[in-house]
Design a protein around this ligand. Sequence first.
Ligand code: A2P
Length: 340
Amino acid sequence: MSKKYNIAVVGATGAVGQMMIKILIERKFPIDNLYLLASKKSKGKIITIEGNKYQIDSLEEFNFKGTDIALFSAGGEISKKYASIATKNNAVVIDNTSFFRYEDNIPLIVPEVNSNEISKYKETGIIANPNCSTIQMLVAIKPIHEVCKIKRINVCTYQAVSGSGNSAVEELKKQVQAFVNNEKLVSEVYPKQIAFNVIPQIDKFMDNGYTKEEMKMVWETKKILDSNIEVNPTTVRVPVFYGHSEAVHLELEENITANEVKNILSSENSNVVLVDEHKNGGYPCAANECENSNDVFVGRVREDISIKNGINMWVVSNNIRKGAAYNSIQIAELLIKDYL
Ligand code: A2P
């Protein structure tokens, strides 16, 4: 009989945690025991996923002994406090927060890009899952970079509210209802109204005037794909529930045509779905293509008419799936295939 594993999901009541459970089921992950953990206030709560009922336990009271893999998605402070408790009990931690991402001895993994780095986890017992906006961009550009080196990326993102958790999804729903009913809009998650608006701030401001989400795209591209690539990001929150979109502008070392890029992206070496037709609707959109998909979609591939060796493209993916939960489960699948 093939081996089964004890899996803990930390943050199991959250947007990403619930998707992790859903994807573990979808992928028929070989699970022996599934421990669903959240804050003390959620202890005993029953959640229903795909018609199955699950009970939530308290993380604070949980004993990680016997857990093989712990999937963390309950915020950086929780990872800071509990990841070491999990690893001391021999669980491998796959952390979806940014808490460990920039530590040299902790691998930061997008399986389609740098799965060869996974073995480094043995040093600390921790593998970090990158930021959602970085993951989809790197999956899209990796096969291009292999053929023609990318020097610089200019990227603007259009990011869904689910990236800020369930409370942000609720805030957008309530604001849309309030707007329609001519009532006052209440903003608690975001600094300005998100309904019928576009907010050029994701995460906190850094000393250099960029936001942390923007700097994540810089740091993580360098750590995962190539430290020589320069990134110029602007990250923006838009009133979309699920799916991040990105306008990606590449500057390459040599000339490459849009058709050559499309051939690369539709080849076996690529892990994207190319949706690129020059007609109305011939491109991927968050609310259409990526609603229930783990894929990264690319469209609008064009030569940049303003610079030499430039390529423009549009990249869309479900931020909760490929941008978070699915990427973590892919890492878990690599772990059980080669290491556990
Ligand atoms: P809880 O529902 O008990 O607060 P989201 O990203 O959608 O906001 O979800 C955050 C997740 O992190 C939830 O599952 C939440 O659980 C969990 N969480 C927050 N604080 C704690 C804590 N102190 N201990 C364990 N889990 C926590």
